[in-house]
Design a protein around this ligand. Structure first.
Ligand code: PMP
Length: 391
């Protein structure tokens, strides 16, 4: 007689083999064999000397990708959302003001996170697909006097790349930290953390870097560190407390590293490899390739009679393209058809763009003219075969 009342599940007797798919949605993107292989290396202790060296390499790789000299540069164990919370939870104390720029879902999410820790949150809002002028930002900062201003560089829900030049200076004039989300843009669109006066910048592993989801680069300027390390209250999250993470990543100058959490060892191997590939290819080459491939894609879409959601060419995000959902079609039918018949993922809208757009992400190794041709062919096929419905 067995002492366990829950039997071993039958489903676990089957071996799982992941389907091979073209991951051309807004993320995760395809992980190339070299990065997958790095992640399959044997596990070592998360505080063994080799691991500390890997973390140091990752830090250098992020400094390169972000174009920053910031010492306080690490990868958070978690996804882009984890880095987002790390930024907000460490930089803001309850009762302080936060201003978020909302031109898609990410400004809304940042606002919700700040609200949850008791910040006084205000937002400036523009239409999905739009951008803010420096004057609008200046005026809102003067009015609300926040300690932190949040802006998304690559708005993956709307397909917009937001200009960053000059905004850091405006924030600093108002004694406010400038927080930027580059999850969907880093490596795919020009970005200079130090030159652009960005105080906190975070990204994700699963987009242009082509690493598995689950690690998130983040960096804090000297100005941000002054605020983060001189708080009156402890951040609400132990896991995301930068005092602990700074020590864990060897950024606090202390000789001994204290155990904080068990690093996702394999994920760090992969992240290191993905940053090595970006460094080998060169950031500027990567930016240029993403731009050229996006332009080739956009031209192909327009030649098919499809419309781009972002009208201003300069505001089109080179990594994630938003296409106006073709009138008369059910967008879900198009994405399902393409998945079923072309083994290829593209997605619908997110947040304010739901029902309005199709989104195609061509990031990192997926950013190539061959991928574009594949997507165009799949779309052409879908438009031919999906029913023009009564929508
Ligand atoms: N910000 C942006 C701009 C994103 O595109 C995403 C991912 N879609 C996130 C934040 C959140 O990242 P994650 O899904 O890895 O938590």
């Amino acid at each position: 007689m067995s002492s366990v009342s829950v039997p071993p599940p039958k489903c676990l007797q089957k071996t799982f083999v992941a389907p091979r798919r073209h991951m051309f949605g807004p993320g995760p993107s395809n992980v190339p064999p070299r990065i997958l292989a790095a992640g399959a290396e044997p596990i070592i202790g998360h505080m063994h000397p080799e691991m500390l060296e890997i973390m140091s390499d990752i830090k250098s790789g992020i400094q390169y990708a972000f174009q920053t000299q910031n010492n306080m540069t690490i990868a958070v164990s978690g996804t882009g959302h984890t880095a987002m919370e790390c930024a907000i939870f460490n930089a803001v104390e309850p009762g302080e003001g936060v201003l978020t720029a909302v031109n898609g879902i990410w400004g809304e999410r940042a606002a919700e996170m700040a609200e949850r820790i008791g910040a006084k949150v205000n937002s400036i809002v523009t239409t999905a697909g739009g951008v803010f002028t420096s004057e609008e930002i200046d005026q809102a900062l003067a009015k609300h006097k926040p300690v932190l201003f949040f802006l998304t560089h690559g708005e993956s829900s709307t397909g917009v790349v937001h200009p960053l030049d000059g905004i850091g200076d405006i924030c600093h004039k108002h004694n406010c930290l400038f927080l930027v989300d580059c999850v969907a843009s880093m490596g795919g669109a020009p970005l200079y953390m130090d030159k652009q006066g960005i105080d906190i910048l975070y990204s994700g592993s699963q987009k242009v870097l082509n690493a598995p989801p689950g690690t998130a680069p983040i960096s804090f300027s000297e100005r941000a560190c002054q605020k983060v390390f001189n708080r009156k209250t402890k951040p609400v999250s132990f896991f995301l407390d930068m005092t602990w993470l700074a020590n864990y990543w060897g950024c606090d100058g202390k000789p001994a590293r204290i155990y904080h959490h068990t690093a996702p060892v394999s994920a760090f191997y992969s992240l290191r490899e993905s940053l090595a590939i970006l460094a080998e290819q060169g950031l500027e080459n990567s930016w240029q390739r993403h731009r050229e491939v996006a332009e080739y894609f956009h031209e192909g879409l327009e030649n098919m009679g499809l419309k781009l959601f972002v009208k201003n060419k300069n505001a089109r995000l080179p990594t994630v393209t938003t296409i106006v959902a073709p009138p008369g079609y059910d967008w879900k039918e198009i994405t399902s058809y393409i998945m079923k018949n072309h083994n290829l993922e593209i997605s619908g809208g997110l947040g304010p763009s739901v029902g309005q757009v199709l989104r195609v992400g061509l990031m990192g190794g997926n950013s190539s003219k061959a991928s574009v041709d594949m997507v165009l062919e799949a779309l052409r096929d879908a438009l031919r075969y999906c029913h023009k419905s009564k929508v």
